[in-house]
Design a protein around this ligand. Sequence first.
Ligand code: AP5
Length: 204
Amino acid sequence: MKIILLGAPGAGKGSQAVKISAEYGLPHIATGDVFRANIAKGTELGKYAQTFIDKGELVPDDVVVKIVADRIKQPDCKNGFLLDGFPRTIAQAQALDQLTEIDLVINIDVRFELIVARISGRRMCECGQTYHISTYDKDTCAKCGKPLYQRKDDTEETVKNRLEVYQKQTAPLIEYYKKKGILVDVDGNRTVQATFDDIKELLK
Ligand code: AP5
């Protein structure tokens, strides 16, 4: 299975990806995580990407496409993978079409009013686990014990711009994949588990 998780910032792509990946053993490829890991390590790629991420802008297509192209060539992706946060522009989707054939695009649909509350209450762990302050009030990760932190691009101003960028550059992908007949909408306005149950039904 080669799957894309599509959705606005804060729609719950990462939360669902962790569950799907655990349930089906699919490698979880999240371009945002790749950039954050590089920022944390202080690499040249990280420094470059940070100039875009901190403003809520997209990292240029050629840089992102190269990362994904290299990653999906790895042996663990032979039987499938789960893309989270890629593609994000029509140009990225077209580049992906040249690389491989996607089986399914899951579009997590969430009302914009919910998104700001979700993002501003998000807490992250280095290990990839994501929490929300409304359902988890500890300062350390339940999985690995490391301290939780808030993403730098989760400020109100940056979130506003991320949502505008999503509307302009990423939302057109819904039509792009609908035309190909491989897009399915999932109602992401409910709990993480209820959304995941729908996805599992779909993947049956
Ligand atoms: P990226 O890391 O991909 O961020 P994003 O798409 O903005 O998405 P988020 O990670 O904010 O949200 P999510 O949908 O994963 O939601 P989550 O599950 O965490 O990208 C960051 C930046 O990197 C971009 O802005 C860009 O600059 C750059 N970049 C990345 N990919 C790129 C690309 N392809 N091209 C160019 N640039 C790129 O959930 C959010 C919160 O809500 C959490 O607290 C969670 O616990 C909670 N939550 C989730 N689901 C539910 C639910 N159902 N009910 C209640 N709470 C929920």
